[in-house]
Design a protein around this ligand. Structure first.
Ligand code: PRT
Ligand code: MG
Length: 213
């Protein structure tokens, strides 16, 4: 049996065409079914539904043989025990620094002031500001980052941006681009040895279905 870990929502939706190209159809819709283990048209392949941030953990400890996770999630996880053979180029967005439109970020950086930054992505934020030599106090949040600058909790946030409409609706502006984000295929290193042939076939099928850079 091959177990693939996916999260509901954009990653599940955008992985479906890749599975289809590999000749695999998921037989139930996670939006209507309450099942967490979904059968596929290939009896030897099943999909397990987990939180996006739990995908690397499931694959690392062998709860799943492989999975699909955002670059953001993988950096925060650290990537231990994971083989990352493929950038699938799905669920694309960017990681950015954003502030209120009346906060002068450039001046704060230039003056060397300590900046309060709220984020769910503390590892990415820590590395980014350390590389720039900017002093920050990081405040860990688990959601609704956009609220932090509006309530005075923080001067800035580090968050994912795709269309920019969430920032705009909250009168926030992107002041720095940190990195491009897309989702990758991650594989358990032990499974790659024990189930070499079926996993190789699946990885190759995903690779052929992934658009070139
Ligand atoms: O939602 P939940 O708390 O269950 O988990 P999650 O947010 O980790 O999962 P999910 O499914 O929302 O995101 C999974 C992955 O999709 C992330 O790890 C990213 O790699 C990728 N991705 C791509 C995004 C976005 N685009 C995105 N726009 N993840 C989140 N967003 C959010 C962003 O945080 C912000 O709140 O959408 C909002 C901004 O969108 P725009 O279009 O208004 O700019
Ligand atoms: Mg989300």
């Amino acid at each position: 049996m091959i177990t693939l870990a996916l999260s509901k929502g954009r990653i599940f939706e955008e992985t479906l065409p890749l599975l289809k190209a590999a000749g695999i159809e998921v037989l139930e819709d996670p939006e209507t079914s309450r099942k967490l283990i979904l059968p596929t048209s290939k009896p030897e392949v099943r999909v397990v539904l987990v939180r996006a941030t739990d995908v690397p953990t499931y694959v690392q400890y062998g709860g799943a043989d492989l999975g699909v996770a955002g670059r953001d999630v993988l950096i925060e996880h650290g990537g231990a025990g994971l083989y990352q053979p493929l950038d699938l180029r799905i669920a694309r967005c960017r990681m950015s620094v954003a502030t209120r439109d009346d906060f002068d970020y450039a001046a704060a950086v230039k003056q060397g002031s300590r900046i309060r930054v709220a984020t769910k992505y503390t590892e990415i934020a820590r590395q980014h500001f350390a590389d720039k030599g900017v002093h920050v106090d990081l405040i860990k949040l688990y959601g609704s980052m956009e609220l932090a600058p509006l309530t005075g909790l923080a001067d800035a946030i580090v968050d994912l941006v795709s269309t920019g409409s969430t920032l705009k609706a909250n009168r926030l502006v992107e002041v720095e681009h940190i990195m491009e984000i897309s989702s990758r295929l991650v594989v358990n290193q032990a499974a790659l040895k024990l189930k070499r042939e079926p996993l190789r076939q699946l990885i190759d099928a995903f690779a052929s279905a992934t658009p070139a850079a």
